[in-house]
Write a protein that binds this ligand. Structure first.
Ligand code: HEM
Length: 421
């Protein structure tokens, strides 16, 4: 017998039975129940999850919510694994996003400079230091470079075919190579970048690389983030290293995930694929729809109310942890209207989705990510008219990756000529 959701002794953990393109029905049930519903956190205290669009946006743009302390929602299986699941409020400890290895003091200080851990002026100063390089104009200026690089990756696929993994053999390269290009990691360091930031490595190894890179680039400026950081008048060396450390890791996997998941969405919806093939100009709104239905964040980094806050008629007491769910908000019928928001429709006006978050901590890299996804999918469809899906991990329920509840990409096996399926 399933335990009723309102039972006070039942852990409300995030449901684990969804897939990246078909969320758990539990999220729709919670959304129906309220704009905010109770959710247990890993340290044993009870907080809330914002399920509806308006509530999600209200939290994300409200400076009365702090990113500290870092708290993680209870995920599927966490309760059985020993997490306290009975709703008692516990003192939450700040959880480091990555366990540092034998870092020196400066390295540890840099690690604490994660934008997603900071509030107010401290956050605004660091965010402003890199924002100009991530503008719409800058992203457009990268478009041709990204197109040429995507064509090279298409040739790489041809050399591997007829059966390939679109995630590992295509999407990962496009995101990692663009990342290096935008940040200013020279091409000859690409293999080291992959070994340290795509494959597992220690924090010490990452910082050693960042410091060597900064030394190398100091006399060799370019049109990139490293150049901006080195020339910034208000940043000290620890801040430069900390921001770079964050940016080296941030968003690269997400872009690869979105390219892979968009491919799965199209290859499992032949009528949508045909519509995009008929009208390739449709790719811009289609990218927003990929982001809406394929949002990888089941919940964003949890916020904590710094004072009592009232939203949508709900009073959220000071100290309450609030997790915002883009996966749920992106399908909220109150916001998306009569057209079934559960459906994938490349012609839909999906602008305003929360796939990149929103507000104070909204994604810095979203403009360049849009160009990458658009270019990768356009090049793929143009090169392989008979592309067919063989299998994809995204079609099965997946465990979430912590520290936040994000879906991780997995193999997307496709036949380039449609014959191996
Ligand atoms: C499809 C690709 C991407 C997705 C889905 C994505 C998603 C997100 C989301 C949802 C947030 C907000 C998290 C929160 O509020 O809790 C965020 C923040 C952030 N993203 Fe992205 N991202 C992507 C690509 C990128 C890229 C390419 C970069 C950098 C090169 C990047 C850098 C960042 C940074 C630095 C933040 C923190 C911003 C702040 O706290 O002010 N992201 N991203």
């Amino acid at each position: 017998m399933s335990i009723p959701a309102e039972c006070p002794f039942h852990a409300r953990s995030l449901p684990g039975d969804g897939t990246p393109l078909t969320p758990s029905p539990q999220l729709a049930a919670w959304r129906e129940e309220g704009a905010f519903v109770p959710l247990d956190f890993q340290d044993g205290h009870e907080g809330l999850v914002a399920t509806r669009y308006d509530a999600a946006v209200a939290v994300l743009q409200d400076p009365r919510f702090s990113m500290r302390p870092s708290r993680m929602p209870l995920g599927p299986g966490d309760a059985e694994a020993g997490g306290s699941a009975h709703g008692e409020r516990a003192e939450a400890e700040a959880v480091p996003l990555e366990l540092p290895g034998a870092l020196d003091e400066a390295g540890q200080a840099s690690d604490a400079l994660n934008l997603l851990n900071l509030d107010g002026d401290e956050h605004a100063k660091l965010r402003r230091s890199v924002m100009p390089r991530f503008s719409v104009r800058q992203a457009r200026a990268r478009e041709e470079w990204i197109r040429t690089m995507a064509d090279e990756q298409i040739e790489h696929l041809r050399s591997l075919g007829p059966t390939v993994d679109l995630w590992r053999d295509y999407a990962m390269h496009i995101s990692a190579r663009t990342h290096c290009h935008v940040l200013g990691v020279p091409e000859h360091h690409y293999p080291t970048f992959v070994a340290l930031f795509v494959e597992p490595s220690t924090a010490q190894q990452k910082y050693d690389f960042i410091r060597a890179l900064l030394a190398e680039r100091a006399d060799n400026p370019g049109e990139d983030v490293i150049t901006d950081l080195l020339a910034h008048p208000d940043l000290d060396r620890i801040e430069v290293e900390g921001v770079l450390r964050l940016l080296m890791g941030a968003g690269r996997d997400s872009v690869a995930y979105l390219i892979a998941t968009a491919s799965v969405a199209l290859l499992t919806h032949p009528e949508q694929l045909a519509a995009l093939r008929r009208d390739p100009e449709q790719i811009r709104p289609a990218v927003e729809e990929f982001m809406r239905v394929g949002a990888m964040f089941v919940t964003l980094f949890a916020r904590t109310a710094a004072e009592d806050v009232e939203i949508e008629g709900v009073t959220i007491p000071a100290g309450t942890s609030v997790a915002v769910s883009p996966v749920s908000a992106n399908r909220d019928p109150h916001h998306w209207g009569a057209e079934n928001p559960e459906e994938f429709d490349v012609a839909r006006d999906a602008f305003g989705h929360l796939g990149f978050g929103y507000g104070i901590h909204g994604c810095i890299g979203q403009q360049v990510a849009r160009v990458e996804i658009r270019t990768a999918i356009t090049a793929l469809l143009a090169a392989f008219p008979n592309l067919t899906l063989v299998d994809a991990e995204q079609l099965r329920p997946q465990p979430f990756a912590h520290p936040v509840a994000v879906y991780e990409a997995g193999a997307v096996i496709a036949s380039l000529d449609g014959r191996a399926s």
